[in-house]
Design a protein around this ligand. Structure first.
Ligand SMILES: Cc1cc2nc3c(=O)[nH]c(=O)nc-3n(C[C@H](O)[C@H](O)[C@H](O)COP(=O)(O)OP(=O)(O)OC[C@H]3O[C@@H](n4cnc5c(N)ncnc54)[C@H](O)[C@@H]3O)c2cc1C
Length: 463
């Protein structure tokens, strides 16, 4: 049966090109350029945002022949949207927020829909007591926690875990769950696993960026922006072997079909790249990947990530709040939609690191029971009974993805990312969020930045 994603993609392909002409002209402007057709054929492994952007640039800006090999039946990778969740319209199952404005992703979304900044207004629940943002403004423990969190981005010196930092700077016990949850959202893992320096000297750009939500689902943005490259995507083509020992790079898929390219760009997630060829989803490189690259990957982690979407028939937060912090394993819920007239509300939580590992081994109904128990204890009986429907996405178990996004382990650094991104013999190039060395790893725009850099490197070699 055709998946919803395949259906939407086919629908988009069925729409005449002129329907998107405005979008395409405003976003790339290539029609005015005289493209000099290159004889080189480039293979792109993976049709996530970095693979799509690289292929789109190679073809539209520089005139290369490009083929994208994608293992799944979808495009978008860790960007996946659903279009009618519990009768409440669309929602994101993966990436859902835009960090900052000064990049191509924000521009692509803005070209098609209005974006709106996400406020920091939240409600906080612990041991049956609820606190508003205004309550927290008066709370010295909360104020101290916030300043510790901010100072984290200026930390220098020896590398320790974020948890050790939290204990060293004595974040007050009562608000530690907020510190943990806020850090976890930025880091993509739990505080015991991530390096403090990831948030500091080489830190995440997103820690200081304003976040934006859009009025359009992310998959629609992709379908429109990359429409011209979609016919070049070969779905259900899992690359199992990459042989770069000869003049051309030979890429073999799971059906033993071999294709040859002058150069390739590998954009598969870090979690997949780390797998050995004998493990499911692993890719065999011939010759093997350089020792330096393997060591660099050891310094980086990518954990299970679990997205949970719940529908409630009650709101137990202030109208102006955009998120809820709950003192539990599932620490933060974003308020995605509010249908006040019909008393229907959509909340989404993303859990990373240690807690995600626990949830990864639980069924959807076990997770529901956990949420109900946590809400009963931390918010109250009424809240716990308000859940009507729920859906869970296990990113750590999603074929060909196997995790949420990359982070620096203690001892890992931007050098690890730079090594990961290094080209092998001017034939095998690497792109994707984990290769980003400009503080934008773990983001959509960060993945796009690596695609731009890689395409420039390939083109430099030809000139
Ligand atoms: C739950 C969650 C929440 C997130 N929230 C945000 C957010 O709010 N804002 C934000 O900016 N970012 C967010 N991110 C991160 C963002 O989604 C990623 O950084 C970005 O989408 C990564 O793009 P990519 O191209 O590097 O990799 P991917 O999107 O992972 O693309 C890699 C592609 O390679 C394919 N592939 C794998 N193995 C093979 C193979 N053997 N052969 C062929 N193809 C293969 C995969 O199927 C996939 O399509 C979130 C991620 C997750 C999981």
């Amino acid at each position: 049966m055709q998946s919803r994603r395949t259906f939407i993609r086919n629908l988009a392909l069925a729409i005449p090109a002129y329907s998107f002409a405005g979008v395409l002209l405003s976003s790339c402007g290539t029609n005015e350029k005289q493209l000099k057709k290159s004889k080189l054929k480039i293979g792109v492994i993976g049709a996530g945002i970095s693979g799509l952007h690289a292929a789109w640039l190679l073809q539209n800006e520089y005139g290369y022949e490009v083929e994208i090999l994608e293992a799944s039946d979808k495009i978008g990778g860790r960007i996946q949207s659903v279009h009618d969740i519990f009768g409440m319209g669309s929602a994101e199952l993966g990436a859902n927020e835009i960090y900052g404005q000064n990049h191509d992703w924000y521009k692509a979304v803005q070209a098609q829909a209005i974006t709106k900044p996400v406020s920091n207004n939240s409600n906080f629940f612990s041991e049956g007591v609820g606190y508003s943002q205004a309550d927290m403004a008066q709370n010295s423990d909360y104020q101290s926690m916030e300043s510790r969190l901010e100072q984290m981005s200026q930390t220098v010196g020896s590398d320790i875990s974020v948890e050790m930092y939290m204990n060293q700077v004595q974040v007050p016990q009562k608000v530690q769950f907020i510190f943990k949850s806020k850090s976890e959202q930025m880091l993509g893992t739990s505080i015991d696993r991530a390096s403090i320096l990831y948030n500091s000297s080489e830190g995440l750009g997103k820690i200081i960026e304003t976040k934006y939500k859009s009025g359009i689902s992310f998959d629609e943005v992709i379908l429109r922006k990359y429409q011209s490259i979609l016919p070049n995507v070969l779905n259900n083509t899992q690359v199992t072997e990459i042989d770069y020992s000869g003049e051309k790079v030979k890429v073999t898929d799971h059906l033993q079909v071999a294709r040859e390219y002058d150069q390739i760009i590998v954009t598969v997630p870090l979690s997949v790249l780390k797998l050995t060829s004998s493990q499911a989803y692993g890719i065999k490189f011939h010759p093997s990947l350089p020792e330096s690259k393997l060591r660099a990957m050891d310094g980086l982690g990518m954990d299970s990530g679990v997205r949970i979407i719940v529908q409630t028939n009650k709101s137990f937060w202030n109208n102006e709040s955009e998120s809820l912090f709950v003192n539990g394993k599932i620490g933060k819920y974003d308020i995605v939609k509010s249908d006040i007239q019909n008393n229907r509300y959509l909340l989404a939580a993303t859990v990373h690191g240690e807690n995600a590992d626990i949830l990864n081994n639980m069924s959807e109904s076990e997770i529901l029971r956990l949420i109900q128990a946590e809400w009963k204890e931390q918010i109250g009986e009424e809240a716990s009974k308000s859940i009507l429907k729920h859906q869970v996405v296990y990113w750590g178990k999603t074929p060909f993805i196997q995790g949420s996004f990359s982070y620096h382990k203690v001892g890992g650094s931007n050098n690890s990312r730079a090594e990961l991104a290094k080209t092998i013999e001017n034939k095998v190039f690497f792109a994707g969020e984990a290769c980003n060395t400009s503080n934008n790893s773990g983001t959509i725009h960060g993945a796009i930045e690596t695609a731009i850099e890689t395409v420039k490197s390939i083109h430099r070699l030809q000139s």
